[in-house]
Design a protein around this ligand. Structure first.
Ligand SMILES: Nc1nc2c(c(=O)[nH]1)N[C@H]1C(S)=C(S)[C@@H](COP(=O)(O)O)O[C@H]1N2
Ligand SMILES: [Mo]
Length: 221
């Protein structure tokens, strides 16, 4: 009897591991699908997220080597390590995420740093008008006006749903601008440029998307 119980538990254990393995394998296959170098090709995990990249693979950033530079119209350029970023005042929020192509994810739990706190040490010059977020995934970038970036819910996210961002979702740092469509939420941010004028607004704006990406009030939606 005792043996049979153990046998059954072991059997269920193997089943569980097998099922997890299959699921993971299927996800990996889908990830491989995103390697198609067509810009808006996506992975479709069960969570509702689609993983977007403009490159041929998901950037893999070494957390030890990672640096985030604040430059442009600042009193003094600052370079942060990931540990520096994690030592800045940390805030949490729950918000929905909307892509302009029509998919959404509800109630995402984000944690990270407000842009005001991020820029505090560098010191924004009075002439500053906008922040340009530059991705490790060149040439992806996007821009927020200073008032937009200082909105109460604009965030440089380090964590998603209680864990550090996954590589697919922008590890180690991404923009989150909940009331704007997802193209504003630059992943794999390595540089924040404080701008006094806009040379160009962003990767998708150059390709026809609106400069202000307000959900429900932009891009003809
Ligand atoms: N570096 C980079 N950031 C990006 C994108 C991208 O292709 N590259 N796509 C944007 C778009 S259009 C959306 S909807 C979201 C999708 O976020 P996810 O890939 O975490 O689901 O990322 C945004 N940030
Ligand atoms: Mo998007």
């Amino acid at each position: 009897m005792h043996d049979r119980t153990i046998g059954r538990a072991a059997f269920l254990g193997i089943l569980g591991a097998g099922a997890a393995g299959l699921f993971f394998g299927r996800d990996a296959l889908r990830l491989a699908g995103s390697v198609v170098p067509d810009s808006v090709e996506a992975v479709v995990p069960a969570s509702g997220w689609r993983i977007y990249t403009i490159g041929s693979s998901i950037p893999s950033i070494d957390p030890q080597a990672y640096r985030l530079t604040i430059a442009g119209a600042v009193e003094r350029p600052v370079t942060y390590t990931l540990a520096d970023l994690r030592a800045l005042p940390r805030v949490q929020q729950v918000s929905d995420f909307h892509c302009v192509t029509g998919w959404s994810v509800s109630d995402v739990r984000w944690a990270g740093v407000r842009f005001r706190d991020l820029l505090d040490e560098a010191g924004v010059r009075p002439s500053a008008k906008a922040l340009r977020f530059v991705s490790d995934e060149v040439p992806y970038d996007d821009t927020l006006s200073l008032p937009q970036a200082f909105a109460a819910d604009a965030l440089l996210a380090l964590d998603m749903d209680g864990k550090p961002l996954s590589e697919a979702h922008g590890f180690p740092a991404r923009v989150v601008m909940p009331r704007m469509y997802g193209y504003k939420s630059v992943k794999w941010v390595t540089r924040v440029e404080v701008q006094t004028h806009l040379d160009h607004v962003g990767y998708w704006e150059l390709r026809g998307y609106d400069e202000d990406a307000w959900i429900g009030d932009s891009n003809g939606l």
